[in-house]
Design a protein around this ligand. Structure first.
Ligand SMILES: Cc1ncc(COP(=O)(O)O)c(C=O)c1O
Length: 415
């Protein structure tokens, strides 16, 4: 078997997630992954271990405290390696919304009256509202609108919006409604030619493959760890040369100690340590599928990403095709995943039934899904969709299987 022929061993994957054995959840096909994912047992074990033996204030010299602190640092260092960042370039905060709010506060000093800030109407509100607040400091907010025919953000449209006054661009790597992967590298290149700081929202991208932030060349990048198989925390990456010059948002005496300067309050300790479990899970996944043990963490992540993408493409494409062909349902975004150009985050709505009615009917077939605007209400509003009722979202990840695909297709056929 050549490496290229290796397929994701889905039974192995599912055996790592206790939710698939739990009496409450085991019979359900879980399609709410873009809301929050299940966690592998390594994460639960790390959490239990911390709470059992090291649940004390960390970083003192006695053993329980010393180990607690060491494990907190270990979790941060491992995650930095997984996304190709330096340890002092990432911080773990309470949520992406909080991280971006603090970041926008720190960046307001670069705004002079009349400067421009670009946001998109494809983003989750977490990467729009904090930047719109810069209006209070004299910024003009400019909206990069997606194309209403194919629902894509066009870089040619961005090009037309940029001028010498543009200072900040906040854009999603992948929308939690449309699902398309935006070319963040190309976007960053264009922005940097014009001295613009780029903030990429990777919340809907990272669950389908941890990003290489240096390759993307974004200035800041964020994702929510509770959607990447971990606890309710979020990661923010920032380029060191920018981070170190940001005004301190933390206690006064911490001035200069980036990245703590933009992480007031810091993360939840036990949850931070449980992130080691995500690393272990991906390491186990690699070792289960591949022989070469000498690869770097980044190299292993790349191989796992390819494995996951292929599996997700196979289980999601039949659903995309089905929804696209049903004349009474409206699929948002691309009708096929090709070459990682789309996440298996699938949103649709009906001309005849409310999204709530469809979602609740799917529950009767043990399909865990949801209707909502998912806080991307500008996106829904632009598409003329009722923002209260929203869309039905079927969001998959690598632990979904063909059985889930069949279940949802059968259920949709009956609705
Ligand atoms: C694309 C996207 N960005 C940002 C967020 C906000 O993340 P958090 O809940 O960590 O604040 C979400 C949450 O659903 C999201 O889907």
């Amino acid at each position: 078997m050549t490496l290229e022929n290796i397929k994701l061993d889905i039974d192995y994957v599912r055996s790592q997630f206790p939710a698939f054995k739990d009496p409450l959840s085991k019979d359900w096909s879980f399609f709410e992954n873009a809301g929050g994912s299940y966690v592998p047992k390594n994460v639960i074990d790390k959490l239990t271990e911390f709470m059992t033996s090291t649940k004390v204030q960390p970083y003192a010299e006695y053993p329980m405290s010393k180990i607690a602190g060491e494990n907190m640092d270990k979790a941060t260092n491992l995650f930095a390696k997984m996304i190709n960042a330096k340890s002092n370039e990432i911080l773990i905060g309470g949520s992406t919304s909080i991280n971006l709010y603090v970041l926008s506060n720190a960046l307001k000093h670069i705004i002079n009256p009349g400067d421009e800030v670009i946001v998109t109407n494809q983003d989750h509100e977490a990467n729009i509202s904090p930047w719109k607040r810069l209006k209070d400091y004299g910024a003009n907010i400019v909206e990069w609108k997606f194309n209403s025919d194919d629902h894509e953000l066009k870089i040619s449209d961005l090009d037309k919006l940029i001028n010498s006054k543009t200072k900040i661009l906040a854009v999603t790597h992948c929308s939690n409604i449309v699902g398309s992967v935006n070319n963040l590298k190309e976007i960053s290149d264009l922005a940097h030619k014009n001295n613009i700081i780029v903030i990429g929202d990777g919340v809907s991208y990272a669950p389908h493959g941890f990003p290489n932030v240096k390759e993307l060349d974004v200035d800041f990048y964020t994702f929510s760890l509770y959607k990447t198989y971990g606890p309710h925390l979020a990661l923010l990456y920032g380029k060191e040369e920018i981070l170190k010059n940001l005004p301190n948002q933390n206690h006064e005496f911490l001035k200069g100690q980036y990245p703590y300067t933009i992480n007031p309050g810091g993360p939840n300790h036990e949850e931070l340590v449980s992130l080691i479990g995500i690393y272990e899970y991906f390491e186990n996944l690699y070792n289960h599928h591949f022989k070469n043990k000498n690869l770097s963490t980044l190299g292993k992540i790349k191989k796992i990403n390819n494995l996951i993408s292929l599996h997700e493409e196979n289980i999601a494409n039949p659903i995309l095709k089905y929804l696209y062909e049903r004349k009474d349902l409206n699929l948002i975004g691309k009708n096929k995943i090709e070459n990682k150009d789309r996440a298996p985050t699938i949103s649709f709505y009906s001309n005849k039934k409310s999204s709530k009615e469809i979602s609740n009917t799917l529950h009767k077939f043990k399909i865990a899904t949801r209707n909502d605007n998912f806080y991307a209400w500008r996106c829904l509003e632009y598409l003329g969709i009722d923002t209260e009722d929203g869309v039905v979202r079927l969001s998959m990840t690598h632990y979904n299987n063909y059985n889930d695909t069949e279940n949802v297709l059968k259920a949709l056929e009956k609705i």
